[in-house]
Design a protein around this ligand. Structure first.
Ligand code: RFL
Ligand code: PHB
Length: 400
């Protein structure tokens, strides 16, 4: 068998999603050489429809890294959200409660901005690589073996970063007896659509309905994003466009309000999962984003937590390369995991409060408790401020 071609960089990053591309961009700005290895082609990585909400500090961080221009121009700044239940809609005004806001800006747009920045700097990811395998992680000279255009390579680096999402290869390369996995599957999924229609609301609506959760989000003044709670094994083929709009209409209805319909140009069903694998470091490999943890989307936290991981790891790597100080890298996993569990807490809280737990023995009792919880929430400034604090985001590390 032919020997692999040897390549060399300071940080080898597996995965060119938002986590990998952002880390690569920040490291380059800090003068640290790095390479991103991505399994899919570039178009595929942008085409995935996912997150829609950026926390206040996430936008500040992206802006400080030169990635804020289009967010400021095309992003939608929201002051709060609507919580709906029992046919009533209530506004939770983050700006008024705690003087913070959020931005509605699609992950697809974040990806386009990152790719444009990489292209401008002449540092695109290596796309369509396969068989990525981290190795020698417990030594000072780790590497990633991979195949590109049928040719074998070995990328030697000082550090390996696993930014390859939930189904990647980085996390499984940590021996099972060296990590703990915490997991919960939900008995429901989200059916999500994108439609060419102006949003029927100025801010996001989260609705608990007897028939299940529904949500109205958006991508722009012309594109709406909506979700329905469905069974986890449901098939998208069961959902004609009319059936989707009819169900959204029922679950989002309040007197005097009209849901506008439009052409649906994307629809899919996503299972919901909570997952944490810790520690997030193994020798010279560090995990960021969905490679280490998944939250159900109800709290809009996945991408934001990924950005927080990336900022923290960037700072640790900068300290290491600039001054030989490895304290940040050594503390990376513990510091990140602590924030991850707060994120899990909020995502679980939102998910439990807003979904119907159909089919469980306590479903009816739970539903009444959820209504009680929501009524208490919207009648208490303190409770709403607590929600606002978590929704707009936990503190994010400032870039070194
Ligand atoms: P990604 O986006 O999964 O990217 C990982 C990349 O790694 C590549 N890869 C590999 N590359 C090389 N070798 C291998 N063996 C590889 N295996 C995989 C993949 O091709 C991919 O390009 O993980 P990353 O970068 O950590 O980013 C995480 C976010 O994508 C995720 O947390 C969010 O989308 C979650 N999320 C939301 N987050 C928010 O902050 N706010 C939201 O409003 C929000 N809404 C959502 C969401 C996720 C959703 N879905 C579909 C799961 C709504 C939905 C419906
Ligand atoms: C979205 O716009 O896709 C979105 C918004 C808020 C969430 C989840 C998804 O909680």
């Amino acid at each position: 068998m032919s020997e692999p071609t040897i390549l060399r960089t300071q940080v080898g990053i597996i995965g060119g999603g938002p986590s990998g591309l952002l880390l690569s961009h920040l490291l380059r700005l800090s003068g640290i050489d790095n390479t991103v290895l991505e399994l899919r082609d570039r178009e595929y990585t942008v085409a995935r429809v996912r997150a829609g909400v950026l926390e206040h500090d996430a936008v500040d961080l992206l802006t400080s890294a030169g990635l804020g221009e289009r967010i400021a121009r095309e992003g939608l700044k929201h002051q709060g959200i609507y919580l709906q239940f029992a046919g009533e809609r209530h506004h939770v005004d983050f700006s008024e409660l705690i003087d913070r806001d959020i931005w509605v800006y699609g992950q697809q747009e974040v990806m386009k901005d990152l790719i444009a920045a990489h292209d401008a700097a002449g540092t695109p990811a290596r796309y369509e690589i396969s068989d990525a395998q981290p190795q020698d992680l417990l030594t000072d000279a780790p590497s990633i073996r991979y195949t590109e255009n049928g040719e074998k390579f070995e990328l030697r680096c000082d550090f390996v970063v696993g930014a390859d999402g939930f189904h990647g290869v980085a996390r499984p390369s940590i021996p099972a007896d060296q990590s703990a996995v915490h997991e919960r599957e939900y008995h429901f999924a989200w059916l999500g659509i994108l439609a060419h229609v102006a949003p029927s609301t100025d801010e996001l609506i989260y609705s608990l309905h007897e028939r299940g959760f529904a949500m109205h989000s958006m991508r722009s003044n012309k594109v709406s994003r909506l979700y329905l709670q469905v069974e986890p094994d449901d098939d998208i083929e069961n959902w004609s466009d009319d059936r989707i709009w009819d169900e959204l209409d029922i679950r989002l209805r309040v007197p005097g309000w009209q849901l506008e319909r439009g052409e649906i140009f994307e629809k899919s069903i996503t299972p919901m999962r909570s997952f944490v694998s810790e520690p997030m470091s193994y020798g010279r490999m560090h995990l960021v984003g969905d490679a280490a943890h998944i939250v159900p989307p109800t709290g809009a936290k996945g991408l934001n937590q990924a950005i927080a991981d990336v900022a923290l790891l960037h700072n640790g790597l900068v300290d290491h390369f600039r001054s030989g100080n490895s304290a940040g890298l050594e503390a990376y996993s513990a510091t990140s995991v602590e924030r991850v569990w707060k994120t899990q807490y909020f995502s679980t809280y939102m998910t439990r409060m807003l979904h119907r737990f159909h089919g469980t023995d306590d479903a009816e009792f739970d539903y009444q408790v959820q209504l009680g919880q929501l009524r208490q929430l919207i009648s208490s400034r303190h409770a709403m401020a607590a929600l606002a604090e978590l929704y707009t985001g936990l503190p994010m590390p400032k870039l070194h």
